[in-house]
Ligand binder design. Structure first.
Ligand SMILES: Nc1ncnc2c1ncn2[C@@H]1O[C@H](COP(=O)(O)OP(=O)(O)OP(=O)(O)O)[C@@H](O)[C@H]1O
Ligand SMILES: [Mg+2]
Length: 444
């Protein structure tokens, strides 16, 4: 049987804020030795391949791009990261996530053999992103000065740890008043050149939790987020800060394969649980028949951290890393299904949020009074924000929702954001308020 997973309609014709790619690493020596080098993937072209499961049943998968075993690290960077780096320099937020089974090549794609690697064939996304950021800023000339900062956190055993300051071992993820997710109190390091950036990345990575399993000698035991902010410091453009977040997830694992016991086993359970929460969020975002419009971002720290990336407030790219070996075909199939699902996260056409410098008032681009559009007033910030639209409830939303929104905005001025968010969630659960994340940009 040949099942067409993503062939019709072509993913390229769908408007989505998530670019989804799959990447197959080369077979490793164990897979060659134990399984005679048999593979479960048959290449059709750069976007499509046939996958064969254990029962020899075939499915055709299509993604925005498929990187096979012979793919180059530079190709992965150019297709996935370069456009997002350019956007970040122009004040548009971006996120790049590596996802997949343990040992599938997530950390290799992100770092290369290590982040200080200088061999251009091996260098991973992180050092290339650093190069790209500094190159773009240099080409802007002397007229605009930028400030780049870096924060690094890991989610280990459901706690958010600051990799630049290990005393901060339980940081809180919350939304700021513009509904952007941030890690409260995280260390921000100012980067002045690529050398300094790489040294800091290297230092932070040394603090990340890594363990040895039967599937991977250096298995990431935490989800790690590298958060770059690019802020112009010249007067005219000072509002357009771009945030670029790279997320190297811990891998899903079958305990019987990794041989995890004791601490490794506890880590594996926590990792698998948070990855299930991520799957649930993707399902909720893409399931139009869902009874409620609630997206369970709060079910794990990981989904909370990725709320912007999945909820539409970011250009997002997902790299689904896979083993090509038949011995891992069920895990590979599940990774590919995850990617297919993520591709169906829909967005509405790009919306602009404009903040008036004098009054602090905010509009959607469509609501901006003509006077402001004609440029009579200084607009301090014009950001492109794609918005997710899993179910189009926005037009049906009752008038009283505006009223609740105003009350929440007032509460937000007086209370901690986290408390207001809880109250907001309660209102959503009680059916008194529509889920703002489902409506995309929310103007309080
Ligand atoms: N594209 C590739 N080319 C060459 N070697 C690779 C590639 N991808 C992965 N590897 C090698 O495979 C091994 C496992 O890769 P990696 O550590 O990146 O897996 P992972 O997905 O991060 O796993 P975990 O979830 O356990 O952290 C490493 O030794 C790595 O060097
Ligand atoms: Mg890893």
């Amino acid at each position: 049987m040949n099942q067409d997973i993503e062939a019709s309609p072509s993913p390229k014709k769908q408007f989505s804020n998530v670019t989804v790619c799959s990447r197959f690493r080369p077979l490793n020596s164990k897979e060659r030795k134990d399984h005679g080098g048999q593979v479960c993937v048959c290449r059709i072209d750069d976007e499509t391949f046939v996958f064969k499961d254990e029962k020899e049943e075939e499915s055709t998968f299509s993604f925005d791009k498929v990187f096979y075993e012979d793919s180059l690290q530079a190709d992965v960077y150019e297709f996935i990261a370069l456009p997002i780096v350019r956007d970040a320099v122009n004040g548009v937020n971006g996120t790049i996530i590596t996802y997949g089974q343990t040992g599938a090549g997530k950390t290799y794609s992100m770092e290369g053999p290590n982040v200080l690697e200088s061999d251009d064939m091996k260098k991973g996304l992180l050092p290339r992103v650093v190069d790209g950021l500094f190159e773009h800023l240099a080409s802007a000339g002397d007229s605009i000065k930028y400030k780049i900062t870096l924060s690094m956190v890991e989610i280990y055993m459901e706690k958010v740890r600051d990799l630049f300051d290990l005393s901060k071992d339980n940081l809180v993820i919350k939304q700021n008043k513009d509904h952007e997710m941030l890690v409260s109190g995280v260390t921000e390091i100012h980067l002045s050149d690529t050398g300094e950036a790489l040294q800091n990345l290297h230092a932070g990575i040394q603090n990340r939790a890594v363990g040895e399993t039967q599937m991977n000698l250096a298995s990431s035991r935490s989800h790690c987020a590298y958060i770059f902010t690019v802020q112009p410091v010249s007067t005219r453009d000072r509002g357009r800060t771009g945030k670029l977040v790279l997320v190297d997830l811990a891998g899903s694992e079958k305990v019987e394969k990794t041989g995890a016991e004791g601490k490794l086993l506890e880590e594996a359970k926590t990792i698998n649980k948070s990855l299930s929460a991520l799957g649930n969020v993707i399902n909720a975002l893409t399931c139009s028949s869902s009874k409620s419009n609630h997206i369970p971002y709060r079910d794990s720290k990981l989904t909370r951290l990725l709320q912007d990336a999945l909820g539409g407030n970011s250009r997002t790219a997902l790299i689904c890393c896979c083993s090509p070996s038949t011995s891992n075909s069920s895990e590979t199939f599940s990774t590919l299904r995850f990617g297919t699902r993520a591709k169906h996260i829909k967005t509405s056409p790009t919306a602009k949020r404009i903040i008036d410098e004098e009054t602090g008032a905010r509009w959607n681009a469509l609501d901006v009074p003509a006077k402001e559009e004609s440029g009579e007033r200084t607009l301090a910030e014009v950001k492109l924000i794609p918005t997710v639209k899993p179910i189009d409830h926005a037009s049906d939303a009752p008038k009283k929702d505006d009223h609740h929104g105003r009350i929440l905005a007032k509460l937000r001025e007086r209370l901690d954001d986290e408390d207001v968010n809880l109250l907001e969630e309660l209102l959503i659960l009680e059916g008194m308020l529509f889920d703002p994340s489902a409506e995309g940009v929310r103007i309080p």
